[in-house]
Design a protein around this ligand. Structure first.
Ligand code: NAD
Ligand code: L34
Length: 328
């Protein structure tokens, strides 16, 4: 009886939607890779127009200190994206023995170089170098990572500036998927200065100011949040953004049915079946996708979007510099 009535509903007007919502509770997977590709394509067109107006081809320089294989991979992805969008780019590789003074000199030279529009120092830097000193040394107008204290301050004060690529990636994914955030509960798991803090700002701040933030009610959980409390906060969340670096931290029982789960974490773990290394996030993807409404995969979620947002920031920086220069 129930079956028959379900079937008749299923054959009504919005057949596919009804069938999906009655027979499958699987989350919609947010395809960060595809959305990033779309954004790179649009940025390519915008860049072409900018250059046609007489602007020089925007240039990004990335600096890697030491030989972290993950940094090599991420920066390689950034260089590939630059090529696709039409941004000229260069990677400067410095040995892990580079002193802080030497690195500061490299940054000062890039700050001075009028051909360079964007500068980023890939993190982490070796232990003997102070990350904050380095981030603050990058000229605020060329700081395409948005890690300079002035850009973080501008973000905190709802002012226009450059927003760090990963939180901006999450915001753009939420907007692209039409996820309602206004007045909703969001939990950010992690409290790092480069990802989770700007993420929490973008989620809670007022959408009517320059940062076009998301108007959610935000809770920040971190290493000292007891696991039971973490689970309790997460269960109340309409949106969970997790950036910790612990595979399997977010499990099915911690997620409210229909919630949107954004997995920023990247972990390299050994696949028990193949013995090969694979990438996973902080979310137990197979379990959580059974309850969530939306979920990002790892790989192919926030990572590629972070790279696309770096391209967006670089074009924005180049435009700011060009129009400022022309008007002065
Ligand atoms: P981090 O490594 O600096 O710090 C980790 C954070 O997790 C800390 O704030 C800590 O308080 C918190 N934490 C630790 N254990 C916890 C627990 N049990 N419960 C709740 N919180 C806990 O952070 P990060 O630089 O933001 O990086 C986090 C993860 O995101 C890493 O896996 C990193 O590789 C990844 N990441 C991905 C991207 C991307 O584009 N996809 C960008 C940046 C970082
Ligand atoms: N200065 N340091 C600075 N700026 C950044 O914005 C970063 N970050 C994080 C590490 N250090 C940084 C990145 O670029 C992490 N990150 C980043 C960039 C790209 C990708 C992931 C993280 C990425 O392309 N991820 C792919 C898979 C990559 C792989 O195969 O290893 C993905 O699909 O998730």
């Amino acid at each position: 009886m129930l079956r028959r009535s379900l079937r008749s509903i299923a054959f009504s007007a919005s057949r596919n939607y009804v069938v999906k919502s009655l027979y499958s509770n699987m989350a919609q997977i947010i395809d960060g890779k595809a959305i990033a590709q779309e954004i790179r394509f649009q940025l390519g067109k915008e860049l072409k127009q900018f250059v046609e107006e007489g602007a020089p081809v925007p240039h990004l320089t990335a600096v890697i200190v030491g030989d972290d294989p993950a940094s090599e991979k991420y920066v390689a992805n950034k260089m590939i994206a630059c090529r696709e969008v039409g941004i000229s780019s260069e990677t400067k590789r410095l040995p892990s023995s580079t002193t802080q003074e030497e690195l500061l000199q490299v940054i000062a030279d890039l700050n001075q170089d009028p051909r360079v529009n964007g500068v980023l120092v890939q993190l982490p830097v070796p232990e003997h170098i102070n990350e904050r000193t380095i981030c603050n040394a990058v000229n605020v107008d060329k700081d395409v990572d948005g890690f300079n204290e002035l850009n973080i301050g501008r973000l905190a004060l709802d002012m226009d500036g450059i927003i760090p690529a990963t939180p901006l990636a999450v915001k753009t994914l939420l907007e692209h998927q039409n996820i309602e955030t206004h007045g909703r509960n969001a939990v950010v798991v992690g409290r790092s200065k480069n990802v989770s803090l700007p993420m929490a700002i973008l989620l809670h701040a007022d959408g009517k100011y320059a940062t076009k933030a998301l108007d959610a009610t935000v809770t920040i959980c971190h290493r000292y949040t007891p696991p039971k409390e973490l689970a309790r906060y997460c269960r109340q969340a309409d949106i969970i953004v997790v950036a910790v670096g612990k595979p399997g931290l977010i499990t099915k029982d911690m997620v409210k049915p229909g919630a949107c789960v954004i997995d920023v974490g990247i972990n390299r773990i050994k696949d028990e079946n193949t013995g090969k290394f694979k990438l996973v996030g902080d979310v137990d993807f197979e379990e959580v996708r059974q309850v969530a409404g939306h979920i990002t995969p790892v790989p192919g979620g926030v990572g590629p979007m972070t790279v696309a947002m770096l391209m967006q920031n670089t074009l924005k920086a180049a435009k700011n510099q060009f129009y400022d220069r022309k008007s002065s």
